[in-house]
Design a protein around this ligand. Structure first.
Ligand SMILES: N=CN[C@@H](CCC(=O)O)C(=O)O
Ligand SMILES: [Zn+2]
Length: 434
């Protein structure tokens, strides 16, 4: 009956002749284990959009009988929900290309940090940058993310490590939310590293960062609080106390956990009911077992492992086969993963994490949305949802992880509005380049 009602309408937009429409399963919980292996693909499909929302999903054959102000022929290509990137360090000053030489010489990531480089180097550049400069730079990176098909993302602070600069970064994220139609979720990562003047006084530093919670809540500057729980940074006990305080103030929780050493951050995340535990390269069997029991999403960042030149990747196969919920993210940042390209991460997930195409699509849509509390708005295409979708210039959904390092997005929509479209670069630019 509902469909008949819709049929009398004139849609704002109909996208028809969709070869494959990717329809991750809608669920109030992240997809776990076996559920991640299932992905609904509707062939020869069409979608109707009205007032920024998906108003109709059906077959291409039916599409002609519906009225629409605008029609787009997808030419048998693939359409998916807009991608969700649930872990980025989008706002920072400067860059760290000089560290490549250190990496090539085999200096470990934590050693560069201990020498005052790494995160601390970016802290210096971020302190120096004005709010406007940070906004311009973050806008540049955000626009590139959109061009790769991202319509919802998380962005962290964490390159200030003092009240003034952390709040400056969070205000930039808030401005990005206002400036762009995409959905941006903000995370306070004041506990990202120990500033030199607090070396040996980590507890004091965390107390100082925790004193910002009220102001951040009051000004609606962040939805989540995160901490880097790692050898030489913050211990499990410090992380537990800090996150517990954040939880009491009403923040959602995230944790940079078990990235290099298996400290037990995964278990901590589950025990605190964190939305996500991120990295998990060194997560223990017990940590994985607990992930299977809870609803904390394992946000895996294979681009970081690749960029840090490591051979050992997070155990995605075990996590999924045992029954955990896995999402994927870029971890875009100036030191350990310098890419805005979530499609590249999808390829690394196939090649290094041995994830199937179905698991990968669920990991960058529905599960990624769960990891940032956006599951009711993003990651799914169904009637009544925001019309956030991507038309991909590929023959089928398995093609994107397969053909790596390039941009397969043809056009990107949020709330039914076209945000980005690939220009016709083919003939003209190539011939002039020759
Ligand atoms: N591991 C900690 N933080 C970031 C890296 C930040 C940086 O190196 O600038 C990460 O998630 O990889
Ligand atoms: Zn990170």
């Amino acid at each position: 009956m509902k469909k008949k009602g819709w049929r009398r309408l004139t849609y704002d937009l109909i996208v028809h002749n969709i070869g494959q429409l990717i329809l991750p399963k809608s669920s109030d919980k992240p997809l776990k284990g076996q559920e991640m292996k299932e992905l609904n693909i509707s062939e020869n499909a069409a979608i109707g959009i009205l007032d920024g929302k998906i108003a109709w999903l059906g077959s291409n054959a039916e599409a002609g009988s519906h009225k629409a102000t605008e029609r787009i022929d997808a030419q048998g290509k693939v359409v998916s929900p807009g991608l969700v990137d649930p872990h980025t360090h989008l706002v920072f000053g400067g860059s760290r290309e000089h560290e490549l030489l250190l990496k090539q010489a085999g200096v470990p990531y934590l050693e560069i940090l201990a020498q005052g480089g790494g995160i601390l180097s970016t802290v210096g550049s971020t302190k120096k940058a004005t709010e406007e400069q940070l906004l311009q730079k973050a806008s540049f990176h955000l626009e590139r993310m959109i061009s790769y098909g991202v319509t919802t993302l998380e962005a962290k602070s964490g390159y200030g490590l003092d009240a003034e600069t952390e709040l400056k970064q969070l205000r930039v994220i808030k401005k990005l939310k206002e400036k762009y139609p995409v959905s941006v979720v903000s995370t306070f990562l004041g506990a990202h590293a120990v500033p030199p003047d607090f070396k040996g006084k980590e507890d004091e530093f965390l107390e100082e960062m925790a004193r910002l919670f009220d102001d951040i809540k009051e000004a609606e500057l962040a939805e989540y609080v995160d901490i880097f729980c790692e050898t030489g940074v913050f211990t499990i006990e410090q992380s537990r106390k800090f996150l517990q305080q954040a939880k009491e103030k009403g923040f959602g929780l995230k944790i940079h956990a078990d990235e290099i050493d298996p400290l037990g951050g995964t278990e901590l995340a589950v025990s605190l009911g964190a939305a996500s535990a991120d990295h998990l390269v060194a997560a223990s069997d017990e940590g994985i077992r607990q992930l299977c029991e809870g609803n904390t999403v394992a946000v895996l960042l294979p681009g970081t492992t690749f960029y840090l030149g490591k051979d050992h990747f997070a155990r995605a196969r075990k996590m999924i086969d045992d029954g955990a919920a896995v999402a994927l993210a870029t971890d875009f940042n100036p030191g350990s993963c310098v890419t805005e390209n979530l499609q590249m991460i999808m390829s690394l997930a196939a090649l290094k994490l041995k994830m199937s195409a179905e698991e990968i699509w669920n990991a960058v849509t529905v599960n990624a949305a769960h990891a940032i509390g956006k599951a009711s708005q993003a990651g799914i295409l169904e009637e009544g949802r925001s019309a956030d979708f991507v038309i991909w210039d590929v023959p089928n959904y398995k093609y994107i992880p397969y053909h790596f390092g390039v941009n397969h997005a043809q056009s990107v929509y949020h709330s039914g509005e076209k945000l980005w479209e690939r220009t016709a670069y083919g003939e003209i630019q190539l011939s002039s380049a020759r």
